[in-house]
Write a protein of this length. Structure first.
Length: 276
């Protein structure tokens, strides 16, 4: 897989890598979008959104600390730390306010960003994610077991094994080429087991169930009706408890609507952002 050299910014002594797309005429930009990806994932997961959104918005997809082309970490951290990294990256790039879009762990991070940095947030899009804590509706034990690192399996094959179980079966059967792309992404600068466990432990600290009423940014919640990893009831809770939030549920869609329903997702998100 050919990957272009990312840009980077130095945040608190740590290099954070990102890709960026923007309109040919920056004077015509509608604003800035920040894309936050999921557990064990890289900025490359936004391949179907980066260029599309970048036609109208300055669009930034970042690698978290300990992930992809960003510098590693040695100590544990929290989702608050990831949210602060995101805010500091925007500041370093001269961005005062952004639309933040997060999927799964990226949704956790986006929620913490909304609560910790409201002055930096325009609109919020939460995808396949949860409030955590007492509000979280967990996956089945069989699906949760997919989050445990497996020794002895090549990383690309492991990605295929995992994603084929968290995406809608109908999509998986019809799009084997997408699983190959997912495997190729997993093989690019793979995350070490120690780094993955630090990220997983950070995800387990996520809990904003009692704070959703403080979110003031216009919010769109998107979920797949067949999501087995973060069941749809979690999206329902977010939409019911964030003031004024809108809710879209895609039928026959699993945990990765940014791939499974890329065209619909891009259309719906851009329509939501254009309202602002």
């Amino acid at each position: 897989m050919s990957v272009k050299e990312p840009s980077s910014a130095l945040i608190a002594g740590r290099r954070l890598a990102y890709d960026e797309a923007r309109p040919a005429d920056p004077a015509g930009e509608k604003g800035t979008i920040l894309l936050l990806t999921g557990l064990g994932s890289k900025r490359l997961g936004w391949a179907r959104q980066l260029e599309v959104f970048g036609r109208e918005y300055r669009t930034i997809a970042m690698d978290y600390r300990d992930t992809g082309d960003s510098d590693g970490a040695s100590d544990d951290y929290t989702v608050d730390d990831l949210a602060d990294d995101a805010g500091a990256l925007l500041t370093a790039l001269g961005v005062t306010r952004a639309h933040v879009i997060g999927i799964s762990l990226g949704g956790f991070t986006a929620l913490h960003f909304a609560l910790r940095r409201p002055d930096q947030l325009d609109r919020l899009t939460l995808v396949s994610t949860s409030a955590g804590g007492r509000a979280n509706v967990p996956a089945s034990p069989e699906i949760l077991a997919l989050l445990t690192p497996a020794s002895g399996m090549e990383i690309g094959e492991r990605a295929i094994y995992t994603y084929s179980r968290i995406m809608a079966p109908e999509f998986v059967a019809a799009h084997p080429e997408e699983l190959e792309r997912i495997a190729a992404t997993a093989r690019y600068r793979p995350q070490s087991p120690a780094a993955y466990m630090r990220q997983l432990r950070a995800a387990l600290t996520h809990d904003v169930a009692d704070d959703l009423g403080r979110i003031t940014a216009p919010t769109l919640v998107i979920h797949g009706a067949l999501d087995p990893l973060i069941p749809p009831a979690n999206g329902e809770y977010l939409a019911a408890h964030i003031p004024g939030a809108r809710h879209i549920v895609y039928p026959n869609t699993g945990h990765i609507p940014i791939i499974e329903r890329a065209s619909d997702f891009n259309r719906d998100v851009l329509a939501f952002l254009d309202e602002g």
